[in-house]
Each structure stands twice: as structure tokens, then as C-alpha cells.
Design a protein. Structure first.
Length: 136
């Protein structure tokens, strides 16, 4: 569930990079010194990589599931030397909170935002109040 959530809502939706040498990306020449933006938010919604990309489907990350094999098809925390240093902490913290909260009962959302707001991260475009309903 966490991996699929991060596919749809990566921790950073836009990653700035600086080309240190000439390169070619997807047939486009990139000169050394050029600033390049990588967009995990759009990459994770590319139907050439992810079938039915707007659908929330945690089974995409189940053992044995077929996922894209191209480097960079899934990069919710970036890749390589410039990847987020907090990746493992964030994943562990998220998992620990879910393990603690989910057995207590379902979350009841009081309102659902209409869309997303884009700043450094992607977030709901409005409040998302929720109440934890204890299991009987």
C-alpha cells in the first residue's frame, strides 16, 4: 500500500538536476551545464510504464507482480547519489504508524479535497479531516 501511495504521490514531485556533461535523453541533446527537471509525479502516471496509471492498485507491488523494469520508472525519493537521505527513515516511520493505527479501526474522512497542491511536495489542496473509528 505504501509503495503504491508513493507512486501516485511521490515525496517530491519535481527533482532539479544539473547536467555535468553532454548527454542525450529520450532523443533530446542535453548540453553540459543545463538544468534539467525530472518529474516523478508524471513518470509514475505514464501509461507506457504503468497500466491504468491513475488507478490506486497496491497489488502492483505484490510479490510476483509485473512492474516496469526501466531505471527511473519508480523514483518516489529520487535515484542514485542525489536520492533522499531520509528514504529508509520515511518508509519505516510510515510503516510503523500504519501498523499502530490500522488495527485500531478504519479512518473516516470528513472531507475529501478536490485535487492536489504542488509545492516542494504534493499534498491535498485542502484540509483532510479524519476520525479514527475504534473497532467494536
Amino acid at each position: 500500500m505504501v509503495s503504491e501511495t508513493l507512486r501516485l504521490y511521490p515525496s517530491a514531485w519535481m527533482l532539479p538536476r544539473h547536467a555535468v556533461e553532454d548527454d542525450v535523453i529520450a532523443g533530446h541533446r542535453i548540453a553540459a551545464g543545463t538544468d534539467v527537471l525530472v518529474c516523478p509525479y508524471l513518470t509514475h502516471r505514464d501509461p507506457a510504464l504503468w497500466p491504468d496509471p491513475e488507478r490506486f492498485d497496491p497489488t502492483r507491488f505484490s510479490p510476483g507482480a509485473t512492474r516496469p523494469t526501466q531505471l527511473g520508472a519508480y523514483l518516489p525519493f529520487g535515484l542514485g547519489a542525489r536520492a533522499c537521505l531520509g528514504t529508509q527513515f520515511a518508509l519505516r516511520e510510515t510503516t510503523a504508524l500504519l501498523e499502530l493505527l490500522l488495527p485500531l479501526g478504519p479512518l473516516e474522512f470528513r472531507a475529501r479535497p478536490d485535487g492536489q497542491a504542488f509545492s516542494i511536495t504534493v499534498r491535498p489542496d485542502g484540509p483532510t479531516p479524519a476520525v479514527l473509528r475504534p473497532a467494536p
